[in-house]
Design a protein around this ligand. Structure first.
Ligand code: BGC
Length: 279
């Protein structure tokens, strides 16, 4: 990083999301953690959802509160309807409302097709797709109940679905994951169409290869890194902050007219880099 420039997030105004309440699922590690911290840095109060490892969630809460905003860690499994309902109810009780839902929680259970168990298929669909459906639904109920508060935001609410380049790029050995993200795309676009008249903006961020625990094997060894970089025209593996910055701006009124869009944040991974020299 060029020390004269500083980190890109340093230029995001600390009042960009002032007065807004955000919930980020799966916020105790990886992309969710960076996103929760980014939203807090931009002035939002943040609920840090986690399903396991309370201590790591509390650490994220401490980092967020250091910006002078409110934060709290809520445990809930996003694939369980009663837990999602209770989590959003609790947020409305304790924080007053919700303005931004970042449906981020996701996982992989990789396997070749014929070896893939129904349990592996189901688990990934339950968390990555049904979890986003439940979180979006419960947040929407509150957005509709409250309506637009012009001093806070031009929208009644914002839903940001964490998708993946694999909503577009087929991925052998990961049919459950790719199917879940393909589903996220169509869910997001359908919800965007359905909810826009109520001033609810639904969009997605589609990360490429970001350095997090979910894909450790893809960047941990020099050989794996070299193979991975062949798929990334911009020639660097992404950082969680690359995604956090995209979510913060997308959630803000700066992008108020962006509705039903997927923002690919992937260093060009979706540009079919194999065709740079072939085809
Ligand atoms: C996956 C990562 C993978 C990346 C690019 C993400 O959605 O979770 O494991 O490295 O896509 O293929």
């Amino acid at each position: 990083m060029d020390s004269t420039v500083g980190a890109p997030q340093d230029v995001i105004p600390a009042h960009l999301l002032k007065g807004q309440k955000a919930l980020v699922t799966g916020a105790n590690s990886g992309i969710g953690k960076a996103t929760a911290i980014g939203l807090g840095r931009a002035g939002a109060d943040v609920v840090v959802n986690y399903v396991a490892d309370q201590e790591s969630a509390e650490e994220v809460v401490r980092e967020i509160t250091s910006f002078g905003v409110r934060a709290a860690a809520y445990e809930a499994d996003v694939s369980q309807e009663d837990q999602v309902v209770a989590m959003v109810d609790r947020m409305v009780r304790e924080f007053g409302t919700i303005d931004i839902m970042v449906a981020n929680a996701g996982l992989q259970r990789d396997s070749s097709f014929t070896e893939m168990t129904l349990a592996q298929w189901q688990k990934v669909l339950d968390v990555n797709l049904t979890g986003q459906f439940l979180c979006a639904r419960e947040a929407t109920k509150e957005f509709v109940r409250r309506g637009v508060v012009p001093e806070v935001s031009r929208a009644a609410g914002k839903i940001i679905c964490m998708s993946s380049v694999h909503q577009l790029i087929p991925w052998a050995g990961h049919v459950n994951y790719a199917s879940s993200k393909g589903g996220v795309q169509m869910m997001m676009e359908t919800l965007a169409q359905e909810l826009a008249p109520q001033k609810i903006r639904v969009n997605a961020v589609a990360p490429g290869a970001i350095r997090t625990p979910i894909n450790r094997s893809a960047w941990e060894t020099p050989q794996a890194r070299e193979d991975l970089l062949k798929l990334i025209p911009y020639d660097r593996i992404g950082d969680p902050d690359d995604i956090a910055n995209a979510v913060v701006v997308l959630a803000s009124d700066l992008l108020d007219y962006v509705v039903g869009t997927t923002l690919y944040v992937d260093g060009g991974m979706t540009l079919f880099p194999g065709f740079a020299t072939g085809g």
